[in-house]
Design a protein around this ligand. Structure first.
Ligand code: GLC
Length: 418
């Protein structure tokens, strides 16, 4: 009897022994619940169990936590949900999923697979993609006979006009525009959108620091002018969820956010259900030079820690969660953009999120942050951008001084190459 059990143990592949996998998932909007459901479905199929660990909402704080865990060789987390701008920073601590991924990489947007490939190693599989979009109150635009704004100037005017008229009519708590203004990764994203939409950039594809430009000065002056006029002063401390809170409770005309806010704004208990539209973010003024509708590329990927004791099982869970069925479920239920082009042809996905089709070009040609070219230094680059931009918005510095200082800091960082 003992002998036969021992024999069974020896012959059973390690794979068949149930293990517990822990996965760190985002908790913005409906993320945590979706992750739990997906992980649970995999656990039931395989007989393994999964522990879902939630992480801070701020991408910057999440990265700090991951770096601490990974640097300490922690075995507490097997799978990390990592931002599209982190592969270069974290690659050394992540497993190459290439040999375990089968055909999967060919089924995702090639640009994301390239983004996640560092020194020939595929360090994460794409979970969902993101691009910045403009949410607007279609009912209010209709009431005032105004179109969806095409340029930032037009958005600023329309927001101000509706805010003023509504306040006079007794809607005292209404603001024109909310966005992510806290000094963290989200502000870097917003600033890049304002700058790119006017033909500017932070660091160019060759790694040159080009941030101190007329386009960026104009962008920061515009945004500084919003604070306390069309945007509440508290926006300087907003991340995604604070902006959504104000918009979804009916207190903002326009909001810059990611697609996930759509499903929640349309939720059964949402005060703005049926009143919201989604459009591309406004562009710079075409009369003043280069102008385009720029949405920054975001999105999250699943990676397996090099310190995991259960790499094969963890990789299997990653394949499951990034698979077609699971991405479809997440898109239909909660507006998380698939990273699989085929799902943008899926009738249920499009019915739940009509803007996935109308804004497809915004998702396909979203503007990348300079994480590839700045590699492991990207996080320092982004903190410098967010802090200097925050200074210009809060009035503790001017757009000119902030950009001058930022350019100086970035040049110093890149002195010996990125
Ligand atoms: C979203 C994006 C991510 C970005 C973050 C900034 O989560 O998907 O790429 O870094 O917002 O707040």
């Amino acid at each position: 009897m003992v002998l036969s059990s021992l024999l069974w143990l020896a012959l059973t592949p390690r794979w068949a022994m149930a293990v517990e996998i822990s996965i760190s998932c985002g908790a913005v909007g409906q993320e945590l619940q979706l992750c739990r459901e997906g992980a649970q479905a995999w656990a039931e199929r395989t007989g393994n169990s999964v522990r879902v660990v939630s992480t801070p909402n701020s991408a910057s704080e999440r990265l700090a936590l991951y770096q601490q865990l990974l640097a300490g060789g922690s075995t507490a987390i097997d799978i990390y949900q990592i931002d599209v701008v982190w592969p270069g920073i974290l690659a050394r601590n992540l497993v190459d999923l290439g040999p375990m991924a089968g055909n999967a990489p060919a089924e995702h947007f090639p640009a994301i697979i390239r983004n996640n490939t560092v020194d020939g190693r595929l360090v994460a599989l794409p979970f969902y993609t993101d691009a910045g979009v403009l949410f607007y109150r279609a009912d209010l635009l209709r009431k005032y006979g105004l179109p969806v704004p095409q340029t930032w100037d037009e958005m600023t005017r329309t927001a101000g006009r509706i805010q003023q008229a509504e306040r006079q009519a007794g809607n005292g708590g209404l603001w024109g525009y909310v966005f992510q203004g806290r000094a963290y990764e989200g502000l870097t994203v917003n600033a890049l959108e304002w700058i790119d939409s006017r033909g500017g950039a932070l660091v160019d594809a060759q790694g040159r620091v080009v941030v101190d430009s007329p386009a960026a000065r104009e962008a920061l002056s515009m945004a500084a002018g919003w604070i306390g006029s069309i945007a509440p002063p508290g926006v300087l401390n907003y991340s995604e969820e604070e902006a959504r809170g104000l918009f979804q409770s009916g207190h903002a005309v326009f909001m810059r956010n990611w697609p996930y806010a759509w499903a929640l704004a349309q939720g059964a208990d949402s005060p703005v259900r049926g009143k919201v539209g989604v459009a591309a973010l406004p562009s710079g003024d075409p009369a003043r030079g280069a102008a385009r509708h720029s949405g920054v590329l975001g999105g999250w990927n699943l990676a397996v820690s090099r310190h995991s004791r259960h790499v094969a099982e963890a990789a299997d869970l990653v394949r499951y969660l990034t698979g077609s069925d699971e991405q479809k479920r997440r898109a239909v239920k909660a507006a998380y953009n698939p990273t699989r082009p085929a799902l943008y042809q899926d009738a249920q996905v499009i019915a739940a999120n009509p803007f996935f089709r109308t804004l497809y070009p915004s998702f396909e040609s979203a503007v990348a942050r300079p994480s590839r070219v700045t590699g492991r230094k990207y996080n320092r680059v982004s903190s410098a951008v967010a802090n200097e931009v925050h200074g210009a918005l809060s009035g503790s510095s001017t757009p000119e001084a902030a950009l001058h200082e930022l350019s100086h800091e970035l040049r110093r960082m890149s002195r010996r190459g990125w």
